[in-house]
Design a protein around this ligand. Structure first.
Ligand code: ZN
Ligand code: ZN
Length: 222
């Protein structure tokens, strides 16, 4: 599955927040949809469910949030449960049994997420000097800190300086919005209407410093 292109990244720069988080979450959502609706009877998917003991915690629960997913989720997890039942026999020490019960493969949604991230980094490295890419990047919300930190070692010193210069602009604007948000709680300002940017600044700051929800803190095996 390689649906992501240079233009996806350009388009994602137009939306709010980190473009890499956004594309990674989009591709995870597509992957989960395809697990449910295209591959729920595919033997390879069932093998992955068995060997993975399901998906990881975050992505297993994300499946349940997809409308109409109950039956196909039941089919997929039935395979995982069967594998756990077959493996959960005392054959050697308790420690060995615990080891055999561990997932043997990385969650396929996590793999999708990491592939998308890697592809985004490759596009950045190839395209940072390209005028269209550079201009849309300059007009974007920048990257979250974890994605910026992963990208920086992959680019030249000159490109890194340009990445940081734009991030500094984005962060300065966010800090101003956070300060306006805090001021709005003081009695003399409480009647003033808040702009959307100011009202959402505290949540956007969490996203900018830690990534969007369910992008980090997952199994990383790369
Ligand atoms: Zn990000
Ligand atoms: Zn996962």
């Amino acid at each position: 599955m390689r649906s992501l292109t240079f233009y996806d990244l350009i388009e994602a720069f137009d939306q709010s927040g980190c473009a890499i988080c956004r594309l990674a979450l989009r591709d995870v959502k597509r992957h989960l949809d395809s697990l449910l609706y295209e591959y729920s009877t595919d033997p390879q998917v069932h093998r992955a469910m068995r060997n993975g003991r399901g998906l990881c915690n975050v992505h297993s629960w994300q499946l349940t949030e997809i409308m109409g997913s109950a039956l196909n989720t039941a089919v997929l997890f039935s395979s995982a449960l069967l594998a756990v039942r077959e493996t959960a026999t005392m054959n050697g020490s308790a420690r060995r049994t615990a080891e055999r019960l561990a997932p043997r493969v990385v969650c396929s949604a996590c793999q999708t997420l990491h592939q998308t991230e890697q592809f985004c980094f490759e596009v950045f490295v190839r395209s940072l000097d390209e005028p269209t890419f550079a201009a849309t990047w300059q007009a974007s919300d920048g990257l979250c800190l974890p994605h910026l930190r992963l990208l920086l070692p992959l680019v030249t010193a000159d490109q890194a300086a340009r990445l940081l210069s734009h991030q500094q602009t984005v962060w300065r604007r966010l800090q101003d919005e956070l300060e306006a948000f805090q001021r709005s709680f003081q009695a003399e300002h409480s009647a003033e209407p808040l702009s959307q940017a100011v009202a959402t600044s505290w949540q956007r700051c969490i996203a900018m410093l830690t990534g969007e929800r369910s992008v980090f803190g997952l199994a990383r095996h790369d």
